[in-house]
Design a protein around this ligand. Structure first.
Ligand SMILES: [Zn+2]
Length: 106
């Protein structure tokens, strides 16, 4: 059933494109793509905010005989974690950083 609807839309889009000009086909497609992308981005923000609220412990200092580093796959930046505010990794270059825990030999 779904492919039938898609086929119908494709036929209508082709007819409109040929008769009225392709800008009437591609402009709405572009608008739809942008709309979906912005809604997806907003959803990520809301999900992140919910994750933050779920942690009742509050910030806890990192200590003991291990240290936690976050590194950015994109540019190679490394960050040393001193206080853990949430279980989420920080972001750098538009993506989540990778976590690495090292044991310290005292
Ligand atoms: Zn980076």
């Amino acid at each position: 059933m779904r492919w039938l609807v898609l086929l119908l839309i494709a036929i209508v889009a082709t007819l409109v494109g040929i008769n009225l000009g392709w800008r009437f086909v591609f402009a709405p497609l572009l608008a739809l793509a942008l709309l979906r992308w912005s809604i997806a981005s907003l959803r990520v923000l809301v999900t992140d905010a919910k994750d933050l609220q779920k942690e009742p412990d509050g910030p806890a200092p990192v200590g003991g005989d291990e240290r936690t580093l976050f590194w950015c796959e994109e540019c190679g930046t490394e960050v040393l974690l001193l206080v853990r505010g949430s279980s989420r990794a920080p972001s750098h270059c538009g993506q989540r950083m990778n976590e690495r825990t090292e044991l310290l030999n005292n």
